[in-house]
Design a protein around this ligand. Structure first.
Ligand code: ATP
Ligand code: MG
Length: 399
């Protein structure tokens, strides 16, 4: 964009749709320290994994990317991948994915000359065999040749044997990993069993699943394999300081400044939610004229008119438009409250239903990330702007 003085506005530095470049990563200091410590432990032969949990857009993918950079600085073979597209995952396909990813990563490192070309011969996939629950051996062997690895554990051990001269550990960063929790966390238990076996032979493998994980394990079982083997780092909204650091760092990249006086407004609108914040900043930035270099409150105010209705609508629709009719009614009641809060007793009154009829819907809304349980029988919309979205959608009037 060019103004009459010929000033050209730099491209928008805010990209709400993309994970942050690890070099620009903000905050999460204790969670990153936690990762570093577990990686150190793993590399020393005392295997330690962890999980990353948090709602939509809170920064899980960005966190994994940052962990990957840290692991690479420690000379680990760090492998990031997402289970996003996978609905049906079995032990066999999970094992196959892990082994395949090691091979791809090794190939990449060899091409970049970070690993010896001898490792090109790491042909584990051809020879891996995995036992299914029924005891039947499924083989990923294309043509049985040489010794087959009887399971994932031995395939990983073999990979490590080939890598140990050049790497400190193998780290899997598994995004969109909720699928691992299906069937009473069957695949998480499988991974735990593999890690336990690897511990015996001190093969340093770390697995970090991330996603909207339930983390408390199968409901009602009191048994939580995820928590013990994969203690979760739960990502929350940015603090005020992190929010400010995020804004200033991005604006500095384009030599712009942030008007401090706008901060209270920005923080109250976004609540420091990383995706909402990125989207808000991106929208306000686009309102700046070409000869302006200070991001002031006026540009945020100009954004407010369209922000929820147009900018955030695609993000919020999953929580409301795609909810079932009964969940929608619950959300509708919550949206009428200015803070987006409600209690079980208010809901039973407003919807004329028994608490036990409401509970499964509330549990589902919590699991889907639309609401959070703030106390016994007390719930809150995960973001106050979701309340505004619902009010605008259902014609309750705009605040
Ligand atoms: N630590 C951070 N520092 C700076 N920006 C961040 C950070 N974490 C997240 N963001 C920004 O917030 C937005 C959402 O981040 P990200 O995609 O990592 O979240 P997510 O939890 O993986 O989202 P989803 O639930 O959609 O997978 C992105 O625009 C990203 O750039
Ligand atoms: Mg993500």
């Amino acid at each position: 964009m060019e103004n009459s003085n010929g000033a050209v506005k730099p491209p928008n530095p805010f990209n709400p749709g993309s994970p942050i470049d690890p070099a620009d990563f903000i905050g999460r200091a204790s969670e990153l320290e936690n990762f570093r410590q577990k990686l150190r432990q793993t590399a020393e032969g005392s295997l330690a994994s962890m999980a990353v949990a948090g709602g939509y857009g809170v920064g899980k993918t960005s966190f994994l990317h940052k962990c990957k950079t840290i692991a690479e600085e420690q000379n680990a073979l760090a492998i990031y991948f997402s289970l996003n597209e996978v609905d049906e995952l079995s032990r066999e396909t999970l094992a196959k994915v892990l082994i395949q990813r090691i091979q791809e990563k090794v190939r990449e490192e060899v091409i970049l000359k970070r690993l010896s070309s001898q490792l090109f011969n790491l042909n584990l996939l051809e020879r891996v065999r995995i036992k299914t629950e029924t005891g039947v051996e499924i083989s990923l062997v294309r043509e049985p040749k040489g010794d087959a690895y009887p399971n994932l554990h031995s395939a990983l051990s073999a990979a490590w044997n080939a890598l140990k001269g050049s790497k400190t550990a193998i780290v899997f960063l598994v995004d969109e990993a909720r699928v691992l929790e299906k069937n009473r966390a069957e695949l998480i238990l499988y991974l735990r069993a593999v890690l336990e076996q690897l511990q015996v032979s001190r093969v340093p493998v770390m697995v970090v699943p991330a996603g909207k994980l339930t983390i408390t394990g199968p409901t009602g079982s009191g048994f939580s394999p995820l928590v013990r083997t994969f203690p979760p780092a739960v990502l929350e909204n940015f603090s005020e300081a992190e929010t400010k650091a995020f804004i200033c760092r991005k604006l500095r990249q384009v030599n712009f400044v942030f008007a401090d006086s706008a901060f209270p407004h920005v923080f109250s609108v976004t609540e420091g939610h990383p995706f909402v914040l990125s989207a808000y900043l991106s929208a306000a930035y686009s309102k700046m004229p070409a000869d302006e270099t200070e991001l002031k409150e006026v540009y945020f105010k100009a954004t407010d008119l369209v922000f929820v209705k147009y900018v955030l609508a695609p993000f919020f629709s999953r929580f409301y438009d795609q909810a079932g009719p009964f969940s929608k009614r619950i959300l509708g009641v919550m949206a009428k409250d200015s803070a987006g809060e409600t209690t079980l007793s208010k809901l039973t009154g407003a919807l004329k239903k028994e608490a036990n009829e409401l509970s499964p819907h509330l549990a589902k809304l919590v699991q889907d990330g639309a609401i959070v349980r703030i106390d016994r029988g007390k719930y809150k919309l995960f973001h106050h702007l979701l309340g505004q979205y619902i009010r605008e959608k259902s014609g309750f009037g705009v605040t």
